[in-house]
Design a protein around this ligand. Structure first.
Ligand code: ADP
Length: 616
């Protein structure tokens, strides 16, 4: 696109240079022709006007000599040229009509050429007595015609146009009346115009011009013939005749160009000429071609400028158009690219969508599978829970049953030894153990479904007394002993006494298991009050809780004990019971070895009657 527009611009530049060269070469002459033709038309108008004025002026006086020649007094004068009174009379008459008609001079000549009367008889340059027989106007009039001539007065040294008419006396020409006209006033009007008007005689000598330096200069070479013919009529008296330094060139059919050199410069003129045959004049209008040529140059420059400007405008237009189409192309490309990208993206998305749909389908089938597996698991879990629950129940009942069995055996031995009160005491304990088992059974039932059983203040010492009874045989089996330190102030907590006892039995039993076979088999139970809580620490001197199992000991069914020994329910049940009391159960290893379980419960005050009951 760019290359194409550059090539167009190069062609345009080449075309412009070519056009400018052509205009420079031919434009100037073409425009010169146009402006010179215009100047010629103007010159023709000027020429027509000048000729009309000249002809008008001459026509005014043409008939007057005949009129004066027909005057009786003039005829009488030429009949008797010696009559001085008639001469005087004629002089006065001529002077008066000369003034009246505004001619230059009027005079009367006799056939030998001598002037006998003149309007200027009373001036220094009087023609009276002068002989002008050499003048053509005289000879023509003497021949019976009308004499016409233009010349420089030999006496007056003033140029003038002469009209001569014969004075007829008895059918013979007895004299000639001459009117001399002054054309200076017409010539005056030619001065200062932007054209030159010149009038030349048949020999090509200029005798009327607005330029004084051209006066009496020959446009045609002043050959001896011409000079002798001019001298014969003494047309220009003693004036010096010279050639005008002129160079003529033909221009078009009826026009010519003239280069006239003056002192300072050579000027070129366009010449428009017309002859005035009656006066034997040629009137020429000379128009300086400088302005026409200047205009031609300006027009050429203007044409070149127009071409250049036009070319520049075209170049700008072409460039703009190229830029616009380039921009449109770029936009189109960008749009196509965008569409391509959108299509690619759409494809990607569609394939992604398909993949997602596949994945969703897979997930759904996995979900169905999972649900099926889950329901299978739940089923299996239910069965397992059922088994575990049965195991838990047997575990919880085995301990009091074991204790009851011991008391029963002891009671039998005591009865056999007749130690009835002690045997009865053992039986009472068996009865209380059975009560406790019933309570445990109830508790287990409640624990599984109703954790929020009503709590009441329980004295820690009471609970521990009952607990000791349950765990006594277990401690004895492990050769372990309890070291209980509850402090001076009886501590009461919000709990359920049987459930709290159950918790303590679990923890103490675990401690007895832990210290089994160890040197120090003391299990220390210590209670303390801290803020609004009572803390009960049960510490043993066993191996402590391994780091790897520390986080799992409260999980249901977690046990490190062998099959048939531990069910892993003790701590989880205890944990839930303490939680139901609003307290917490935690386990850590004592810095001096062994495990320490801490039960934290809300402290409470024991009603006075309850305390009394305890001490009774
Ligand atoms: P079980 O006594 O049936 O194993 P528990 O829930 O009572 O179940 O106890 C879980 C486990 O916690 C025990 O198997 C034992 O590994 C650990 N444990 C409990 N008490 C102690 C203790 N005092 N010292 C060391 N380990 C203990």
């Amino acid at each position: 696109m760019r290359i194409k527009s550059n090539r167009t611009l190069w062609f345009l530049a080449l075309g412009t240079v070519l056009a400018c060269s052509l205009i420079a070469l031919y434009g100037s002459s073409h425009f010169s022709r146009i402006f010179i033709a215009e100047a010629a038309a103007r010159g023709q108008n000027t020429l027509r006007l000048a000729i009309a004025i000249l002809e008008g002026e001459l026509a005014r006086y043409e008939k007057l000599p005949e009129l004066v020649a027909d005057d009786e007094d003039i005829r009488a004068l030429v009949r008797d040229p010696g009559d001085s009174s008639r001469i005087e009379q004629a002089n006065a008459y001529l002077k008066s009509i000369n003034t009246l008609l505004e001619s230059s001079d009027i005079y009367v000549m006799v056939p030998d050429g001598t002037t006998i009367a003149a309007s200027n008889a009373d001036t220094d340059t009087s023609f009276v007595g002068e002989n002008f027989q050499y003048r053509p106007y005289f000879r023509d009039a003497l021949d019976g015609g009308i004499g016409r001539f233009f010349a420089l007065g030999t006496t007056s040294l003033k140029r003038g146009y002469y009209f001569g008419a014969p004075v007829w006396v008895d059918d013979a020409i007895a004299g000639v009346v001459v009117f001399k006209l002054d054309l200076d006033s017409i010539e005056q009007t030619w001065r200062g115009a932007d054209y030159e008007i010149i009038v030349t005689d048949p020999e090509g000598i200029i005798f009327m011009t607005g330029r004084p330096e051209w006066m009496y200069k020959g446009l045609l070479t002043l050959s001896p013939d011409r000079l002798s013919r001019t001298a014969a009529t003494r047309r220009y008296a003693d004036a010096i005749l010279q050639d005008l330094p002129v160079q003529r060139t033909a221009y078009d059919d009826d026009l010519e160009l003239m280069s006239i050199s003056s002192d300072d410069a050579t000027r070129e003129y366009l010449v428009v000429a017309q002859e005035m045959p009656e006066a034997e004049w040629t009137v020429k209008v000379l128009l300086d071609t400088a302005s026409a040529r200047g205009q031609a140059v300006i027009s050429t420059i203007a044409a070149v400028l127009i071409v250049v400007l036009g070319a520049m405008a075209t170049a700008i237009y072409l460039q703009r158009r190229a830029r616009l189409s380039y921009r449109l192309q770029v936009q189109k490309d960008a749009q196509e690219q965008l569409e391509r990208r959108v299509a690619e993206r759409t494809n990607d998305l569609a394939s992604l969508n398909r993949q997602l749909e596949r994945e969703v389908a897979e997930r759904r089938s996995t979900e169905v599978q999972l649900r099926r597996t889950q329901s299978d698991l739940v089923q299996a879990g239910k069965l397992a829970a059922l088994g575990q629950m049965s195991a838990a129940l047997s575990h919880e009942f085995n301990q009091p049953l074991g204790a009851a069995k011991n008391y029963a055996d002891n009671a039998r031995i005591l009865i056999e030894r007749d130690r009835i009160p002690e045997a009865s005491e053992n039986i009472a304990r068996i009865s209380s153990l059975i009560d406790r088992m019933a309570s445990i059974s109830r508790h287990l039932r409640n624990f599984s479904r109703k954790p929020h059983q009503k709590l009441r203040p329980v004295l820690l010492s009471d609970v521990l007394d009952d607990t000791q009874e349950i765990v006594a045989w277990r401690l004895a089996a492990a050769k372990a002993e309890l070291d209980i330190e509850l402090g001076a102030t009886p501590l009461a907590v919000m709990a359920g006494s049987v459930r709290l006892q159950q918790v303590l039995v679990n923890i103490i039993s675990n401690a007895a298991d832990a210290v089994d076979g160890f040197g120090n088999r003391t299990i220390k139970i210590r209670a303390e009050r801290e803020d609004h809580q009572v803390l009960l620490h049960i510490r043993d001197h066993g191996p402590g809780i391994g780091e790897d199992i520390a986080g799992r000991i409260f999980d249901p069914f977690f046990s490190t004990k062998g099959v048939g020994k531990g069910l892993g329910l003790g701590l989880s049940i205890s944990y839930n019971i303490i939680k139901d009391f609003g307290g917490s159960l935690s386990a850590q290893n004592h810095p001096d070895g062994g495990a320490e379980f801490t039960i934290a419960l809300d402290a409470t005050e024991m009603p006075a009657h309850a305390i009394l009951e305890t001490f009774q």
